[in-house]
Write a protein that binds this ligand. Structure first.
Ligand SMILES: [Zn+2]
Length: 284
C-alpha cells in the first residue's frame, strides 16, 4: 500500500490476534477517524444499553405483575378458608337443629312420666340437652364471627387487588411505552452506526472491535493527567507527545486501548459542530 496519507499509524503494544502496524491509508484524516471512532463507541455503548433495556422489558413487566399475583393468591386462600368456615357453620346449624328437636321430643315425653325417679331422670336429660345446645350455640357463634372476619378480609383484599390492578396496568403501559421509545431510539442509533462504519479505516475498525470485545465499554480512551483513561497507568511523555502530534494512532502498552488527546477531539468537534449542526438524538 502506498504511504501518502497524513499519518502512518503504528499500533504498539500487543493485541492477541489483533492487527499490528499500519492502520491503513486513505479515508478521513487521523483526527477525524479518531473522532468517528469515539462517536462509534458512544453509539455502541448506547446501543448496548438500549438493547438491554428492550430485552429486559418483559421481565420488568412480569416483576411488576408479581405484587398483583401475590395478592390474587392471598385472596384465593382467604376465599377457600371462608368456604370451609361456611361449610362448618352450616354443619353446626344442623347440629343445633338436631339438639332442638331432641329437646322438644324429650319435653313432649313429660306426660308419660309416672314416678318421681323417672321425673328426676327426665329433668337431668333436659338439663344435659340444654348444656349440649348451649355448647353448639357457642361454637356456632365462634364460626359466625370467623366467617364475618374472613368475608371482611376477602372484601379488603378484593378492593386492594382492584387498586393494584389499576396501578399495574399503568406501570405496564409505562414500561411498554418506554420500550417502544427505546426501540425507536435503537433504530436511529443503528442508522447512525451504519453511517459511521464506512468512514473508519477497516484496520482501525477491526482493532476497535477487538478492543471492544475485550474491554466492553471502553476501547478508545482519552489521556487524563498523563495516564490512560482506561487502566489509569502512566503513559510515558514521549508517547503523549506522539499522540498529541496526531501522526499515529497509539494504544496503551498496559491495556491496549486506543488512546487520544482529548483537546484535539474537542477542537475537532467544535469545528464540526460550527460547520454542520448535528441532527438531534432520537427522542421518545
Ligand atoms: Zn491503559
Amino acid at each position: 500500500m502506498a504511504e501518502q496519507t497524513p499519518y502512518k499509524g503504528q499500533v504498539p503494544g500487543s493485541i492477541p490476534g489483533g492487527p499490528r502496524g499500519e492502520l491503513g491509508v486513505g479515508g478521513l484524516p487521523l483526527k477525524e477517524q479518531l473522532e468517528q471512532l469515539i462517536r462509534l463507541q458512544d453509539i455502541d455503548n448506547r446501543r448496548g444499553i438500549l438493547r438491554n433495556e428492550i430485552d429486559r422489558s418483559p421481565e420488568r413487566i412480569e416483576f411488576a405483575r408479581q405484587g398483583l399475583v401475590e395478592k390474587q393468591k392471598a385472596l384465593a386462600r382467604v376465599h377457600a378458608e371462608a368456604e370451609t368456615c361456611n361449610q362448618q357453620k352450616r354443619e353446626k346449624e344442623r347440629d343445633l337443629e338436631t339438639c332442638e328437636e331432641r329437646l322438644s321430643k324429650t319435653r313432649s315425653r313429660q306426660s308419660d312420666i309416672k314416678t318421681n325417679k323417672e321425673y328426676q331422670i327426665h329433668l337431668q336429660e333436659i338439663e344435659n340437652l340444654k348444656t349440649e345446645k348451649g355448647r353448639v350455640e357457642e361454637e356456632l357463634l365462634v364460626l359466625m364471627e370467623q366467617l364475618e372476619e374472613l368475608k371482611r378480609k376477602e372484601a379488603d383484599l378484593a378492593q386492594d387487588i382492584k387498586t393494584t390492578e389499576e396501578s399495574f396496568e399503568l406501570e405496564r403501559q409505562r414500561l411498554e411505552k418506554q420500550s417502544l421509545a427505546f426501540s425507536g431510539e435503537l433504530s436511529a442509533v443503528e442508522k447512525e452506526r451504519e453511517m459511521i462504519l464506512p468512514t473508519v479505516e477497516p484496520k482501525l475498525l477491526k482493532l476497535y472491535q477487538q478492543l471492544k470485545n475485550l474491554h466492553r465499554e471502553l476501547a478508545v480512551v482519552p489521556i487524563q493527567h498523563g495516564t490512560c483513561g482506561g487502566c489509569h497507568m502512566n503513559i510515558p511523555p514521549q508517547m503523549i507527545a506522539e499522540v498529541r502530534s496526531r501522526l499515529r494512532i497509539l494504544t496503551c502498552t498496559q491495556c491496549q486501548r486506543i488512546v487520544y488527546w482529548p483537546v484535539m477531539v474537542e477542537q475537532a468537534a467544535a469545528v464540526r459542530d460550527a460547520g454542520s449542526p448535528q441532527a438531534p438524538a432520537a427522542s421518545s
